[in-house]
Design a protein. Structure first.
Length: 100
């Protein structure tokens, strides 16, 4: 992809702690996505189809958890490793239940 070599070079030059924090969040996202796929597969019927009503609550909860982790990654990228106060979006997410 155009620019990928430069992006990798910049990424390799980042602070080790920052990279470790970012990669930890992304590893969590990957684990949640993989586990979600496994749960959905476990709900397949004999015909291979999944009844959406059997997985909709799980999918809503999983998407909220993944979205929250991606927001943490975005916050890390945009604000660095310093502890920042609660953002307006963070407050809204905390006060209003996640809806898909």
């Amino acid at each position: 992809m155009p620019g990928s070599a430069a992006a990798l070079e910049i990424y390799e030059g980042l602070d080790d702690g920052f990279r470790r924090d970012f990669e930890s969040i992304i590893d969590g996202v990957n684990a949640m996505a993989t586990a979600s796929i496994d749960v959905i597969r476990a709900h397949r019927g004999p015909d291979g189809e999944v009844d959406p009503s059997r997985v909709s609550d799980f999918c809503e909860n999983a998407s909220c958890a993944i979205r929250s982790a991606l927001n943490r990654a975005s916050d890390l990228v945009n604000n660095g490793r310093e502890t920042v106060g609660e953002t307006p979006q963070g407050m809204a997410d905390r006060l209003i239940p996640c809806v898909a």
